[in-house]
Ligand binder design. Structure first.
Ligand code: DX5
Ligand code: ZN
Length: 218
């Protein structure tokens, strides 16, 4: 069994005090800080960019996981690497034919790379790049907003990715993102996910250490 890592999404944090929010969830036990970057084009929302990531970087030693929901991500990966991202994930739907090349470009910058697919994208679309990745991110909501409802159709996709990862013999994390709560976290772990993104579930809870521990142990 791979180590379970809890990755709070700061999309649900208080942006007026982002530095201390990130310090707070790190102290509370977060393994990974999930950074949702949205451009208003790939998704219908705008969040933040590399400058913000750079400025909050000193507030935590946890892994900074930049989930790029942007078009033409290759134009920005260098900026995110320089801002302090430890891993950069790009959407298959945004990369098309440039997916493999983009993953290689991220690696060449000295950071880890991953591919993301939306709920309606099949695993077949990424099968030939899985071995290049440090992490595979499966969306369990359509990206754009926090606080949406988990789409259970992702569960067989997690199992499918888990099989491909096992077959590769490589150490590749499987991350799940969207609508994760105490009620469904066991389902996604049992299917094979080991990096658990949780935005509203963590930030709506006053006792963050407790909710992070619960998500880890359930
Ligand atoms: C959705 C983002 C998610 C989201 C998770 O576009 O990629 O990371 O913020 O938030 P919750 O856990 O509230 O669904
Ligand atoms: Zn995300």
């Amino acid at each position: 069994m791979k180590k379970i890592k809890i990755a709070p999404s700061i999309l649900s944090a208080d942006f007026a005090k982002l530095g201390s929010e990130i310090r707070d969830i790190t102290t509370a036990g977060a393994d990974v800080i999930h950074l949702d970057v949205m451009d208003g084009s790939f998704v219908k929302n705008i969040s933040f960019g590399p400058k913000m990531i750079k400025e909050v970087r000193p507030y935590s030693k946890a892994v900074f996981d930049a989930h790029l929901m942007i078009v033409n991500p290759w134009n920005y990966i260098k900026q995110f690497a320089e801002a302090g991202a430890d891993i950069i994930t790009v959407h298959q739907e945004a990369c098309g034919d440039r997916l493999k090349q983009t993953l290689e470009e991220i690696k060449a910058l000295g950071v880890k790379c991953g591919v993301v697919i939306n709920p309606d994208t099949s695993v077949d679309k990424i099968a030939d790049v899985i071995e290049l990745c440090d992490m595979i991110l499966l969306m369990s909501v359509f990206p754009g907003f926090g606080g949406q409802k988990f789409i259970p159709d992702v569960l067989p996709k997690i199992q499918q990715v888990a099989k491909l990862v096992e077959k590769s013999g490589k150490d590749i994390d499987i991350e799940i993102d969207g609508g994760i709560t105490k009620d469904n976290v066991k389902l996604v772990k049992d299917a094979g996910a080991n990096v658990i993104v949780a935005g509203s579930t963590v930030f709506n809870e006053p006792d963050r250490a407790k909710i992070i521990q619960e998500l880890r142990e359930i």
